[in-house]
Design a binder for this molecule. Sequence first.
Ligand code: RB5
Length: 153
Amino acid sequence: MEKDKRLVIGADHAGYKVKQDLVEHLKKKGYDVLDVGTYDEASVDYPDYAAKVGHLVADGEYPKGVLVCGSGLGVTIAANKIGGVRAVTANDVESAKLSRAHNNANVLGMGARLIDSELASRVLDEWLETEFLGGRHERRLEKITLIEGEERR
Ligand code: RB5
């Protein structure tokens, strides 16, 4: 089956330049990319972009999302407040791979103050190409979903 090549991407001002480079990179690879901003380097608040990307993924509009801020940390914290989002910060290729294989991560956060566009592209490629392994990992993800339900009560 052809992989779903739709992706939503967002960034704050710190992540803007890397995000622009990632959009170009993804388009060259044949991805249909929705860029929810920010669209320049004026200071903005990263939770606004984490919410846009996170909701589109949680609602099933996009299978995966990418967020870039200074560290990759703030966007990940914010996106994980949305039920159904499994966001990870990965500023290295191995973390990106494991986050897909074991955690079935559906949002990837990266830090433009920690990695350049070239490494960010490699991290993203690994993340997109790694499949979830399922099996025992599925049971653990079900337990995460149960925690989400408990928190809403
Ligand atoms: C913005 O200065 C910075 O705090 C933000 O990009 C991000 O690194 C937060 O986690």
